[in-house]
Write a protein that binds this ligand. Structure first.
Ligand code: GUN
Ligand code: FE
Length: 442
């Protein structure tokens, strides 16, 4: 609590491009100040002007010459997959069976879930990520551990207990009833505590029976404002599996539509091999696709088609998908997204990418009025970035001519070493000069 001010090169984006398909509007102040009161941004303006007006006694943290941006938002990752990142040689379905499910079995132990939650949230902070949408495991304790730790740190986090009742080891299976009851209990305990939100989280159609999808449908109907997260159309073998398991379905998306899971705040991870019908159905119902480039490349899943999504007005977020994904860095994630789209003959401009990492991902998650922008009334979750953090970046910066070139180089060459500091509700949760010495998190 109290008032503080942060000075730096302020960078923020409007919620949406003024014109569909156009670049988002950038708000950049070369020397700016963000004033924060009780964790909320109360003023954003020109540094010299705001500084003159600030009451004496208000601390100004001067981060010049670094960039000050809204904290990054990662709309798809898995708490229990830190230790399966870089497991060699399999596509999705085999990767799940061989590496991921055995690892997730460990999370029935609350000590394992607690330690992993601390590690994940420390690592996100070090990467400048202040909000994420997380899959825990099917164990209630994994979700309880994650929510408890996120709340202790005062973070805005969205997470869910995974619902899965078939096609996985017995120790990972819940039942339609227990998945329903446990999700409901989590909602009652954690939803709305601090900045936490519970997401209804059926893992994906292959691991849920129709009875379980019915239970997810009941939860979705009981809690119409709640986020939903699942996976959709990531891999060809997965799609064939769904077609066989749900013989009545027109396509993969139809399964989720049938169970009332396609709606605003529903986040569909991957969405690579969608038909036009499916893309339009997602768009028309206000759901979002989440592009996970490092995961899609690592697992050989395929190349996301951003132009096709934009053509039908399907909003797209971009995420790490740890641990199918290989980097916690949203800068690296954007860089790999750029390369995926380049292979599709599409381009991701720097302003579009940084918009996606902040205001765009916030909008996809339905929290675009709370985080993702440097605006009065927004929560003061910030990342401070050094665009000269490594030798290649410093060398490149000697040639850049504009902000957009500078940001593009930061996105392609930058990583967690660019994070100078991270703030949640105006409280510093990461500082690169403390890293390795003493944790800043409470
Ligand atoms: N589909 C269902 N579960 C998973 C998962 O854990 N990771 C990825 N990448 N895809 C999935
Ligand atoms: Fe995933």
């Amino acid at each position: 609590t109290g008032t503080l001010a942060i000075r730096g090169r302020l960078l923020s984006f409007d919620a949406d491009p003024a014109v569909e398909g156009e670049a988002p509007s950038v708000r950049f102040i070369e020397d700016g100040i963000v004033v924060i009161r009780d964790g909320i941004i109360v003023e954003v303006g020109e540094g010299p002007v705001v500084a003159r007006r600030l009451e004496a006694g208000i601390a100004v943290i001067d981060h010049r010459p670094h960039l000050v941006m809204p904290g990054f938002i990662d709309p798809h990752l898995h708490l229990p997959q830190t230790q399966v990142i870089a497991s060699y040689g399999q596509e999705l379905m085999e990767w799940l069976a061989k590496y991921t499910f055995p690892e997730e079995l460990r999370y029935g132990d609350s000590a394992v879930s607690e330690e992993a939650s601390r590690f994940l949230l420390d690592t996100l902070a070090a990467n400048g990520t202040t909000t994420a949408a997380a899959y825990c495991t099917s164990h209630q304790v994994s979700a309880e551990a994650f929510f408890t730790e996120a709340d202790r740190r005062g973070l805005r986090m969205l997470a869910g207990k995974v619902m899965m009742d078939r096609n996985a080891p017995p120790g990972l299976l819940d039942t339609p009833q227990s998945g329903y009851d446990q999700t409901k209990e989590l909602i009652e305990t954690f939803h709305g505590r601090g900045r936490l939100e519970v997401a209804i989280t059926p893992r994906f159609a292959p691991t849920s029976s129709e009875a379980q999808l019915d239970a997810a449908k009941a939860l979705a109907a009981e809690y119409p404002g709640l986020p939903i997260q699942t996976h959709l159309s990531e891999n060809k073998a997965e799609i064939a599996f769904v077609a066989e398991a749900f013989p009545w379905s027109k396509d993969y998306t139809d399964v989720y539509e049938r169970y009332g899971l396609v709606r605003p705040r529903a986040l569909f991870g991957h969405c690579i091999h969608l038909s036009d019908r499916e893309r339009s159905a997602l768009a028309d119902k206000g759901a979002s696709a989440i592009f996970c480039p490092t995961s899609n490349l690592f697992l050989g899943s395929g190349l996301y088609d951003l132009a096709a999504s934009r053509a039908v007005g399907l909003s797209t977020g971009i995420a790490t998908d740890i641990g199918g994904g290989t980097s916690y860095s949203m800068l690296t994630t954007a860089a790999e997204g750029y390369k995926v789209l380049a292979l599709k003959g599409q381009k991701l401009r720097a302003f579009e990418a940084f918009h996606m990492l902040t205001a765009g991902n916030a909008a996809a998650m339905g929290i675009g009025d709370k985080v993702g922008r440097l605006e009065k009334g927004y929560e003061a979750d910030l990342v401070v970035l050094d665009t000269h953090s490594t030798a290649p970046l410093r060398r490149r910066m000697e040639r850049v001519q504009s902000l957009s070139e500078e940001l593009f180089a930061l996105m392609i060459l930058g990583d967690e070493r660019a994070t100078v500091a991270t703030y949640a509700m105006g409280r510093k949760i990461y500082d690169r000069y403390h890293a390795g010495h003493r944790p800043l998190a409470p």
